[in-house]
Design a protein around this ligand. Structure first.
Ligand code: AMP
Length: 423
């Protein structure tokens, strides 16, 4: 029987990659936390309607990418493909916005999309994100962008560009949709299959097509259909970003083509990520979403960033931490008689440092070889005739210690290692 492989488009997190993974998550929680964002988590599956109505028909996510199944009770459920609709459902469902506004939350959650797997594109991936829910003001849009910007700066990732646009309000977009329909309808026969469907369902998404790029280049611009109020809102967001020292590119072609988006839309691009996968993440204002999923109208703005893509960029730039040995000290029994004493000493030493206990019946030279392979600096040998022996696995120097002096001897060795800059 051949060994069972992981499902296509999924990836295990192995211990070697764990330090970078943890570093990214801790940095995100810390930067978001400094801005007053609190942790939230939602179920991995939801009623299919949440996404069908929340993310919107006519989007690739809903049309082609959802993992939808019926449970044993006949309910239609979907594995979470994005975080905004579930987080909004959770916040409004718990009426958090009635305590104070806006509600600020951050998350790190697995997402599932039936996508064609390739570098930076998986079927299960992780996003970190924030949502600022319950109030509408340009300062919140700028704050959300600033949190993402500070987070990536803290990771020391270079070469990110902020692509910024405004989608105006609902009326602006209705006018714009008509202009797009008028422009694209005569071109219908030369459009790709996807675009022909988009023309019917959601003309804004025509602008995202890479196959019909020549048509996109000549398409009308939303800018020409914005109301004075929408222009003013965008100008205010930009003023706040300037004040925060965050550079941006005004990208008029950037649409997040869902009906509930309003005003600010943005993406973070990185040049090292090829082609369509060059976005590290994005977000925007979604003032119409709450109503789509059955709640009273509530304003909100947020972002989501792809963890796997951030880690690819961080590794390429050499800024992610690399794996360290799991322990600096291995306590090894030299004979079976030493096991009880070894356990006792290991417990004692764990007050000071991480200790792996090797109490197996293997030969001592094998235990020392494995301690060396895992990168430990010290081995404490228990059960030898001469007493406790502390061995430096790098220099091979040994010293006899006692139960009373072993803690100091270990501390001194580790201090010296730290001073030499040895991990
Ligand atoms: P979206 O919600 O589609 O705007 O995605 C936001 C970010 O999540 C993207 O810019 C990617 O970094 C990441 N992302 C989206 N889909 C995938 C995927 N299938 N695999 C890995 N990362 C993804």
């Amino acid at each position: 029987m051949s060994p069972i492989a992981p499902p296509r488009g999924t990836k295990d997190l192995l211990p070697d990659e764990a330090p970078a993974w943890r570093w990214l998550h801790e940095t995100h929680a810390s930067v978001a936390g400094r801005h007053g964002y609190e942790l939230i988590d939602t179920p991995m599956f939801e009623a299919t309607d949440l996404f069908a109505r929340g993310v919107g028909s006519g989007t690739d996510v809903v049309e082609k990418e959802m993992y939808t199944f019926a449970d044993r009770g006949g309910r239609s459920l979907t594995l979470r493909p994005e975080g905004t609709a579930p987080v909004l459902r959770a916040v409004l469902g718990a009426r958090l916005e009635q305590r104070w506004r806006p509600v600020r939350v951050h998350y790190a959650m697995a997402m599932f999309r039936y996508d064609r797997p390739q570098a930076g594109r998986q079927r299960q991936f992780t996003q970190v994100g924030i949502e600022c829910i319950g109030d509408r003001d340009p300062s919140y849009d700028a704050e959300v962008i600033e949190v993402a910007w500070r987070f990536m700066a803290q990771l020391r990732i270079d070469g990110i560009s902020l692509q910024l646009n405004t989608l105006g309000d609902r009326d602006d977009r209705l006018r714009y949709r008509e202009a797009l329909s008028a422009y694209y309808t005569p071109l219908r026969d030369s459009l790709c299959d996807d675009c022909r469907r988009r023309l019917e369902v959601n003309p804004l998404r025509l602008l995202e097509c890479t196959r019909d790029a020549q048509h996109v280049a000549g398409a009308p611009l939303l800018r020409d259909h914005l109301s004075g109020e929408s222009r003013g809102y965008f100008a205010d967001v930009v003023t706040h970003l300037d004040e925060a020292g965050i550079p941006y590119t005004h990208n008029q072609r950037l649409v997040r083509g869902l009906d509930y988006y309003a005003h600010t839309a943005f993406e973070f691009w990185h040049t090292s990520l090829a082609g369509a996968q060059n976005a590290l993440g994005g977000g925007g204002r979604y003032d119409g979403l709450a109503e789509e999923i059955g709640f009273p109208a509530t304003a909100g703005v947020g972002y989501a960033l792809g963890v796997e893509r951030l880690l690819i960029v961080a590794a390429n730039q050499g800024v992610a931490p690399v794996a360290q040995p799991p322990a600096q000290l291995v306590v090894c029994t030299a004979t079976a008689a030493g096991a009880k004493e070894a356990r006792k000493i290991a417990r004692h030493l764990r007050d000071r440092t991480t200790v792996i206990a090797d109490l197996s019946a293997r030969r001592l030279d094998k235990k020392l070889r494995d301690a060396d392979r895992l990168g430990a600096r010290l081995a404490l040998l228990v059960g030898l005739d001469e007493g406790l022996v502390l061995r430096n696995l790098r220099t091979r120097a040994q010293q006899v210690v006692t139960a009373d002096t072993v803690l100091d001897a270990v501390s001194a060795e580790l201090l010296q290692a730290a001073q030499e800059g040895v991990p």
